[in-house]
Write a protein that binds this ligand. Structure first.
Ligand code: ADP
Ligand code: MG
Length: 435
């Protein structure tokens, strides 16, 4: 079988690996970035989740490793342990095709592992380092890991790195590397706050933005289910049972809620996995393994798990709650419909979510409204936006009244002044909403 990767000037073992992975042709980011990355250019790659960013950098990096030089040649950083480990696994899937005399050594450095053992083993430096910024920085300050020989650094999921406060660590790592370092930054979004970092390290980066044709993969169906007066936990249970999914991930906004939902589903007789930031590293690793081995049909997760992690075969994503940061809607539903699979994203909503829903619709997403009727999920008419819009005005009203505090002491004319302030606040709110 010929793949369309032959046109890149990459080593033969890469082509073999790609065949084994059954990639028939490069995705758009890969197509556009691999040639310049092979040339050693620094680059920013922005494209939606599930578009193959990992191999956009792994293929050129692996192809350029000099197997005869036993020193660190590339450092790949990721914001979470799972993600780092997943990238590392992808590295191994490719390096196993190296000829014995051209073996490439790679290591994964993440928290929650035996640091002393890692340090002992670092008597020999690996050629590829994958890890979380914190642990890599630690190993550097222990003088165990030597990154000054590296030619390339990857900052994967850069926006999440920023959000989790890792940019400083990356800054430290990058500043220990050579001046002519190749810096590769990948992200689904490039937030304004990331720009100072990009400016500091990248003089003339090649910026590749694969504009989403649709915000999320085309094969995803976006469904809405109104909670109305129903018991939400029972509704979730009934919907899950009715869907009988291959693998469904239920997203909540907090760890606490994730536990509540998982506990409730357990009580209602479903076998559920859970993944969030409160699990210790061993539990997390075990859970990821079980999920990937399809031990669970249902998994409850927080957004920490939504990012980057490539759990295969997610057929349904359920938003038990709409994420506070709406970008996460896209990240969450990006867990399904990856590569050639199709998927369903189901969002539970209440009248107060109307504003968030219309924001999501502005991203180009079209919802189909569903409801459980007689134990079956059926399509119902579009939600009544106008009625809810009326509600929104009332919400502004309530918000205005709480935001503009009454003065402690009642002075003459205070009522008039208070009324004026409330009006001003409302005006501001309406203006903000329009933007
Ligand atoms: P991103 O980092 O952009 O979110 P990933 O690198 O995790 O996306 O890739 C998403 C999925 O697509 C993975 O399962 C990966 O194996 C698969 N994939 C990557 N490149 C290709 C390709 N060229 N052809 C088919 N599938 C691919
Ligand atoms: Mg990725």
């Amino acid at each position: 079988m010929n793949t369309q990767f032959e046109k890149f000037n990459v080593k033969p073992f890469i082509l073999e690996a790609v065949k084994e992975l059954r990639f028939q042709k490069p995705t758009e980011v890969q197509e556009r970035m691999i040639p310049s990355l092979l040339n050693g250019e620094s680059a920013i790659g922005q494209s939606q989740t599930g578009t193959g960013k990992t191999h956009a950098y792994l293929i050129p990096i692996l192809s350029k490793i000099d197997p005869s030089v036993q020193e660190v040649q590339a450092v790949i950083t990721a914001p979470t342990r799972e993600l780092a480990n997943q990238i590392y696994q992808e590295v191994l899937k490719m390096t196993k095709f190296c000829a014995p005399e051209e073996e490439i050594t790679a290591r994964c450095y993440i928290g929650g592992t035996d640091k002393q053992r890692t340090i002992d083993r670092l008597k020999q430096q690996p050629q590829i380092v994958v890890g979380t910024p914190g642990r890599i920085k630690d190993l550097m300050s222990e003088k165990a890991l030597q990154v000054y020989t590296a030619k390339t650094i990857v900052v994967d999921e850069a926006d999440l790195m920023l959000e989790m406060g890792f940019i400083e660590d990356i800054d430290k790592i990058a500043s220990a590397m050579p001046k002519d370092l190749q810096i590769l930054v990948f992200s689904a979004t490039i937030p304004e706050k990331l720009k100072p970092f990009l400016r500091k390290y990248m003089e003339n980066p090649k910026y590749t933005h694969v504009a989403p044709k649709q915000v999320t993969a085309a094969k995803i169906n976006h469904l809405l289910i109104p909670v109305k007066s129903k018991n939400k936990m029972k509704l979730l249970h009934d919907v899950l049972v009715q869907l009988n999914p291959f693998l469904a991930i239920v997203f909540t906004n907090t760890k606490k809620k994730a536990d509540e939902v998982a506990d409730s589903l357990l009580e209602q007789g479903l076998k559920v996995g859970r993944i969030h930031g409160d699990l210790n590293p061993r539990e997390r690793k075990k859970m990821m393994k079980q999920i990937n081995e399809l031990d669970y049909q249902f998994v409850v997760a927080t957004d920490l798990a939504a990012r980057g992690i490539d759990i295969e075969g997610v057929s349904h994503v359920i938003n038990f709650e709409i994420p506070t940061d709406l970008d996460f809607y896209v990240h969450r539903v990006g867990r399904t419909g990856r590569a050639e699979y199709s998927g369903k994203a189901i969002t539970f909503y209440e009248p107060t979510d109307e504003n968030a829903l219309s924001q999501i619709e502005k991203l180009g997403i079209t919802f189909t409204q569903m409801d459980l009727k007689g134990g079956e999920l059926v399509e119902i008419g579009a939600r009544n936006k106008r009625q809810n819009r009326q509600k929104k005005v009332n919400e502004i009203d309530v918000a205005a009244k709480t935001a503009v505090k009454k003065s402690e002491k009642v002075k003459p004319g205070y009522k008039k002044k208070h009324k004026y302030e409330v009006e001003q606040f409302k005006k501001r709110q309406r203006r903000l909403k329009k933007r």
